[in-house]
Ligand binder design. Structure first.
Ligand SMILES: Cc1cc2nc3c(=O)[nH]c(=O)nc-3n(C[C@H](O)[C@H](O)[C@H](O)COP(=O)(O)O)c2cc1C
Length: 360
């Protein structure tokens, strides 16, 4: 049964599942397969060498699905930044009206996209950044917990806290990103107040993901502990698959006396990481994966995966609501005497610790 959330209604999709932007993975093969399965597929703009190439990739994707799909535009610090406005204009001119933005100083690009009538989902790892994005007029936040693949931010707050903080303090709808692979996860995200989920690593491990089969097998064989965090020293922390090179990068970062990025740079080459996805040598360079690798045990088609997530979420929510007994006749427990209302009867020491104080 299709879900109806703010996300499905606004994007015109059947299942509230988004495939997040993925560098060197987010091509038309994957994005169209996710959209055909009822979720939202997303092309990754910067996998294309120029805005003109992005136009062609969008056109290719349109021939592969009649359903809505989006484009991710990630703004990262670079000595020579890509032509972000050119990419945004290509997205707009090609009639794409759903854009996932991520990264630093997204203001000018978000304004450009909003002026053209795009629905913008902005991905961020803190409530503070989410609030700044709300002020820029984004339509949805994609809240990326510390579990996630790639740029985890510097706050290290996992989704159990982050999603509830989002629910408590944001004025626009949000989706949950990082650590999701199944319908139980979707049900949990909905329960915490999200309008859907965003997945990266899980979609890498599908038949249609245009990367070497060996990478998918490495994910299936990995456990949740098989990731490494690199570049923390330079406040640009990334979660990587814990292969040989990632472990060497961590060691070089820890042991660098100069504290200069140059000491680690050879280990974290983006070029070598990209080559892994083509040549299938999983130790050839670093590549991104989230802790959710521990929950991934197969390589399904996107259709099978999305259908399974839908079914599991429905079963989980049904099961959870069946746990509520005696609706309409709430059991009358022991009532506190007058004057004691609001005090913690089970833990009288609680007040001493200020438990119950409202967070501002
Ligand atoms: C291989 C890979 C590449 C990624 N590249 C990008 C990127 O270029 N831009 C971006 O915003 N997020 C990127 N991400 C993050 C995903 O969009 C998503 O936020 C993240 O994977 C969610 O965590 P999960 O892997 O636990 O599902 C990447 C993730 C992976 C696995």
């Amino acid at each position: 049964m299709p879900f109806a959330t703010a996300l499905t209604r606004q994007l015109g999709i059947k299942i509230p599942v988004v495939q997040g932007g993925m560098q060197w993975v987010g091509y038309a093969e994957l994005a169209s397969a996710v959209s055909n399965a009822g979720g939202l597929g997303i092309l990754t703009a910067l996998t294309q060498p120029s805005p003109a190439d992005l136009r062609k990739e969008i056109q290719r994707c349109k021939t592969m699905t009649p359903h809505p799909f989006g484009v991710n535009l990630t703004l990262l610090p670079a000595l020579v930044p890509p032509d972000y406005h050119g990419y945004a204009q290509a997205i707009i001119d090609e009639g794409i009206r759903i854009v996932e933005t991520a990264g630093n100083s997204p203001g000018p690009v978000i304004r450009q996209l909003k002026a053209a009538g795009c629905t913008v989902l902005h991905k961020c790892t803190t409530v503070r950044h989410a609030r700044s994005a709300v002020a820029l007029g984004v339509d949805f936040l994609s809240i990326d917990g510390f579990e996630c693949a790639g740029h985890v931010g510097e706050s290290d707050v996992t989704n159990f806290i982050l999603l509830s903080r989002a629910r408590q303090s944001l004025t626009v709808p949000f989706i949950a990103s990082g650590g999701f692979a199944d319908g139980q996860g979707l049900a949990a995200a909905l329960a915490l107040g999200a309008e859907g989920i965003n997945m990266g690593t899980r979609f890498m491990c599908t038949i249609e993901a245009p990367i070497h089969h060996n990478v998918k097998v490495a994910i299936v064989e990995a456990q949740e502990t098989d990731t490494e965090l690199v570049l923390r020293r330079w406040r640009n922390t990334s979660r990587l698959f814990a292969n040989k090179v990632a472990k060497e990068a961590v060691k070089a970062e820890r042991e660098s006396v100069s504290g200069k990025f140059e000491d680690v740079a050879p280990f974290v080459s983006g070029k070598r990481g990209r080559e892994v996805f083509v040549n299938g040598d999983v130790d050839h360079g670093v590549w991104t994966a989230g802790q959710v690798i521990g929950l991934i045990h197969d390589i399904p088609s996107c259709q099978e995966l999305v259908e399974r997530i839908e079914r599991e979420a429905e079963e989980t929510l049904d099961k959870a609501s069946s746990l509520i007994v005696g609706r309409g006749s709430r059991p009358q427990g022991k009532q506190p005497p007058p004057g004691e209302v609001g005090k913690n009867m089970n833990n009288p020491g609680a007040e001493m610790w200020g438990i119950g104080k409202t967070k501002i």
